[in-house]
Design a protein around this ligand. Sequence first.
Ligand code: CO
Ligand code: CO
Length: 323
Amino acid sequence: MRPLSEIYSGGDYPQVLVGLSEPDDAAVYQIDPARAIISTTDFFPPVVDDPYDFGAIAAANALSDVYAMGGRPLMAINLVAYPEDLDNEILTEILRGGAEKVREAGAVIAGGHSISDAEPKYGLSVTGEVDVGKIIRKSGAQVGDVLILSKKLGTGVVTTALKRDIADPQHVAAAVESMSRLNRTAAELAQRHGAHAMTDITGFGLVGHGLEMAKLSGVDFRLNMKALTLLPGTIDYARNGVFPGGMERNREYYSQWLVANGELAEFERGLLFDPQTSGGLLMSVAADRATALLADMRAEGEDAFRVGDVVAGSGIIVVVKSG
Ligand code: CO
Ligand code: CO
């Protein structure tokens, strides 16, 4: 079978600046010498109980891939699957959560499509724009860069605890706040400080998405386990083995490119592979800009963590424990 990247090759379409031949967070299509359109989509079943929160989280998550390219969202289309026998009031709340999040992003919901389905699902197809010279790809990380993450980790663990009815409501509230938060400010500041490469941390976890950047950039990422900051409650759930199924799949696949310098506990390994919903931006930024970027992010009320650095190599992740 021919690989999809070959069938859908951007080769005949030079306007496709970012497409399947070098997968990134979103597709980018140049429309004139200065500007390009960004296109992306994401949708999934509820990750929390409150329908408004679910809508806001799904929207923030879908918008995030525009931010991860260094762009700004313009408009969005609702994608809805909904059971016919479920109260319509719930759907209204999901859509309200999504619409308010899109408005907060400075964009607008301009249409949508719904189908009947046994399990609700919601998300967006998002169109954004970016200056051609300011596209931030996964592939630009440089040796000597500092790696900065803009949200705490642990949404997979906390939402799994919620599904199992063992989650503390305060832990859920903190995770909801994090998942609902737009990556807009973090992306703007990454842009201002000239980040070399960027992606958002979602289903493949910190290591999976970090590996995509490291491989495409032809470098190694050195992550410091002790610098990873977790959402409240995460460490206790993780110690008790509360992980979503996706963590196991990520670990099975990505472990071949992970080298641990020093002993990693089972739960620490799990956290490295924990799938995130609407996770933070992972930025690779020149070392002499890192301190200013971290300070600007914190001044804007963003989470900002220096999680590692970029070293010479060929696309693996080295985990150290120091400090
Ligand atoms: Co992404
Ligand atoms: Co995505």
